[in-house]
Design a protein around this ligand. Structure first.
Ligand code: SF4
Length: 225
């Protein structure tokens, strides 16, 4: 697997890492998810639906029913067929609809209809893996965890925050490397940076707020000319 990955940048020192996140913070003081939601339950199911789908596509689907469906009880009463019809524009919608129904039942059975605060309890829900659990816990409760998706994985390697070869290894490593003061927002800074600036395959280095701190072999270096 390593040979198929981009070559990572050299590892940043703690001082460089601190400066990097200070720059992200200066550029965007209050980063958050682009998924639309009004409560913890809606965020949880929006994140489940966002696997291999853009946040924009999820928001377009959920805006049709989030005004009426705000709790597991309402979702179960509404039913799987209605949910499928509402989300059929997003990838894997049949599986995702099944997961939403099953996790809604479990939330009622085990957690009184509330979204649990613990990562382990979240991960025990259908359709909720470590990445989804971390994103929900970080966004809702400020848990100091970093959900590593494809954007975070690429950006962290380009910026020398990690040379990990898998998202799982990186997810374990990043909380040790990122200063505590920046940990709560780190996921959102990195994912937004990857989504809009440090894109694959062509990063927009010309508009990058951390360009001067980047030693990536994939950095576009001649735009100053
Ligand atoms: S300079 Fe380019 S490669 Fe480096 S982080 Fe910024 S956008 Fe990504």
């Amino acid at each position: 697997m390593v040979s198929q990955l981009e070559r990572p940048a050299r590892r940043k020192t703690p001082r460089e890492t601190r400066a990097l996140f200070a720059a992200f913070q200066a550029a965007n003081p209050n980063p958050t998810t682009e998924l639309a939601y009004t409560n913890a339950y809606q965020l949880l199911i929006a994140v489940v639906m966002s696997a291999q789908t853009t946040d924009v596509a999820v928001n377009k689907a959920t805006e049709k029913f989030f005004p009426q469906i705000q709790t597991p009880t309402q979702m179960l009463a509404w039913g799987e067929e209605n949910l499928k019809a509402a989300i059929r524009t997003i990838g894997l919608y049949q599986t995702k609809a099944k997961h939403v129904m099953a996790l809604s039942s479990l939330l009622l059975e085990r957690h009184g209809g509330e979204v649990p605060h613990s990562l382990a309890a979240l991960e025990a829900l259908p359709g909720v893996g470590r990445k989804t659990a971390s994103l929900v816990a970080n966004t809702l409760w400020g848990e100091p965890v970093v959900a590593v998706d494809t954007h975070v994985f690429r950006v962290a390697r380009r910026l020398g925050l990690s040379r990990a070869a898998t998202p799982e290894t990186m997810a374990a490593e990043l909380p040790q490397k990122i200063p505590t003061a920046y940990l709560q927002d780190a996921h959102h800074w990195l994912i937004l940076h990857g989504r809009y600036v440090c894109k694959a395959p062509t990063p927009k280095c010309r508009i990058c707020p951390v360009e001067k701190m980047c030693q990536s072999p994939f950095k576009v270096v001649n735009f100053h000319i």
